[in-house]
Design a protein. Sequence first.
Length: 202
Amino acid sequence: MGYSKKIDIKGENAKKVSAIVEKYCGAITSTMGPGGNVVLIQSAQGAIASKDGLTVARHLAPRDTFERLITQFVVDAANRTVNEAGDGTTTTACFIAEMYGMWVDAHDSKTADLNEFLAGMDAAVKDTLDYLGENAKSLLKQNGSIDLEALRHVAMIASNGNELVSNMVANLIYEVGPKGRLLMKSNLGNYTYTEKVSGYSF
């Protein structure tokens, strides 16, 4: 017969959650930006050296059941961000650690109110979207073509400063146009390349 366990996250468990969030979100956020760290990962395929936040997140596999439960929330949030935006794993982990820390501080000071906390999150999301809407810059020129130079700047940031990868991605996007579709796959070889296929995508 199966059974369930109720885990109380007050007291010592609350401190344990904080430590887990800080530890594993720290591993992901350490890769942030061009000056971020390279994380060494042990996997079934062997050792992996990665500077990609999503790769680090998806390889989080603590042996402890409680740690695995908490890290799964982090991984799920990171995956949702990637599915919605295509990027932002590291930023998601940063937000999780910061927001949980704020909640714990409020809880410890007896000022925590979950409804107010959630309302504050919703207000922050709205303010952020409004700011992005007002300050966003299009990668399209007035004639509808892609601004290749601006695109290269975006690709450079997304590739963590890898000039080879950023140029390959930017050039390919420029070639397929605004309505084109890009698909990335893992390559078992020791080189990176692009391949353009003409036709329809369903």
